[in-house]
Ligand binder design. Structure first.
Ligand code: CP3
Length: 364
């Protein structure tokens, strides 16, 4: 499929304007992992199809991406392409399986630096290896019919490196950290190789139709501030700078989400991203004081509030939206992905309350 057929005109550009620092009538809202297991229609799809089969089949990825957009019609201001950060290690030559109830599993992880030679491709043809993501993006852009913008994404180099060495989730990341401290040069080589793939992948996503990009450093907060400076920040910086340099006037707004890296908020506001996504360890007031309008802030309700019942949800959204002030440089979201056991009604109340409070703040 090519991206040559013109895309339908965009009817809701709130999130793009908020990311660029323009005023908005209300705070735009979307939710990380909004296409996922809390939706019965997603679980039904997963009974039929393996996780990576959905990612690799543009028709299925498109269908699942649109599930929350259809269910919460008029309440979501962005869609995010259904895929996974681990498609990058796959493109680099590694096998990744998704084990139901357990999560991702690499049967043959990187153990020693020399594994970079034997287990990773020397040159990665991103266009070929990840064409299925580009096709899903192009198809989704058409199917969205301009209802909301489509977000593309990658995992950050540090988070991907950690998965490639740990072979899956981990409480301590001790194997990946052993690399950082025992083999710092090899670690930097690996991070650089991942960075190159991430850049080509993001550029390709925009050329295929993505209208905004997010970089997920889900394990950023596992690093000390010094190690984040050495092993994450330089690569996050390269990604923003080189993607924008390559795309030039086609460039789209970019968001960085370094979960747990509260200490890096000042630096993250200065490395070329338009928006910084926050977890729930920040108050709106302190985040605004640190970033001083340099970036748009996204976030940041604790996803577990969605288990707390209507009153708790309403109170937390009020505090969040009023705290960030809703019409300038703010995108409402959760502080991390929505969890699989959240009731669909709780998500709806979250979205409706963000709209209501956002409009109230705008009118004040
Ligand atoms: O709706 C969306 O946000 C788009 C789709 C999306 C998925 N994963 C789908 C998914 C996105 C943006 C991701 C990113 C992702 N994947 C991250 C970064 C964000 C974060 O949560 O920190 C990470 C760390 C991963 C790796 C990953 N994928 C894990 C750890 C797991 C298992 C844990 C879990 O939540 O199940 C996955 C699986 C995954 N990715 C699912 C979905 C809907 C569930 C898998 C299933 O259906 O069996």
């Amino acid at each position: 499929m090519s991206a040559s057929k013109p895309f339908p005109p965009l009817k809701n550009d709130l999130i793009l304007r908020a990311a660029r620092g323009e005023k908005t009538e209300r705070a735009p809202v979307w939710v990380m992992r909004q296409a996922g297991r809390y939706l019965p229609e997603f679980r039904a799809e997963r009974v039929e199809n393996d996780f990576f089969k959905i990612c690799r089949t543009p028709e299925l990825a498109t269908k699942v991406t649109l599930q929350p957009i259809d269910r919460y019609a008029g309440l979501l201001d962005a869609s995010i392409i259904f895929s996974d950060i681990l498609v990058v290690p796959q493109a680099m030559g590694m096998t990744v399986e998704m084990i139901p109830g357990k999560g991702p599993h690499f049967p043959d992880p990187l153990v020693l630096p020399q594994d970079m030679t034997t287990k990773l491709k020397e040159k990665v043809d991103v266009q070929k290896e990840l064409q299925y993501v580009f096709d899903a993006i192009t198809m989704t852009r058409h199917e969205l019919d301009g209802r909301v913008p489509l977000i593309g994404f990658v995992g950050a180099p540090w988070t991907l490196m950690a998965y490639m060495i740990e072979g899956g989730g981990s409480k301590t990341l001790s194997k990946a950290k052993e690399w950082l401290f025992k083999y710092p040069k090899a670690s930097q080589e690996l991070l650089g190789r991942i960075t190159d793939v991430c850049i080509d992948f993001l550029v390709g996503q925009v050329r295929a139709g993505a209208q905004m990009l997010q970089v997920f450093d889900s394990w950023g907060g596992e690093l000390s501030p010094q190690d984040f400076d050495l092993f994450s920040l330089p690569y996050l910086t390269q990604i923003a700078k080189r993607v924008k340099a390559e795309l030039g006037s086609e460039a789209v707004p970019m968001t960085v989400f370094a979960k747990g890296s509260w200490y890096a908020l000042d630096q993250l506001s200065d490395i070329g991203y338009d928006a910084v996504s926050l977890d729930w360890t920040h108050t709106p007031e302190s985040a605004k004081a640190i970033t001083k309008g340099r970036v748009t802030l996204q976030g940041n309700m604790d996803p577990n509030v969605l288990f707390g019942g209507d009153e708790a949800i309403i109170a937390a959204v009020e505090k969040m939206v009023r705290g960030f002030g809703s019409t300038e440089r703010y995108i409402a979201n959760l502080g991390h992905g929505i969890l699989p056991t959240v009731p669909v009604e709780a998500m709806e109340l979250f979205l409706k309350t963000v709209h209501r409070v956002g409009l109230e703040v705008a009118a004040e």
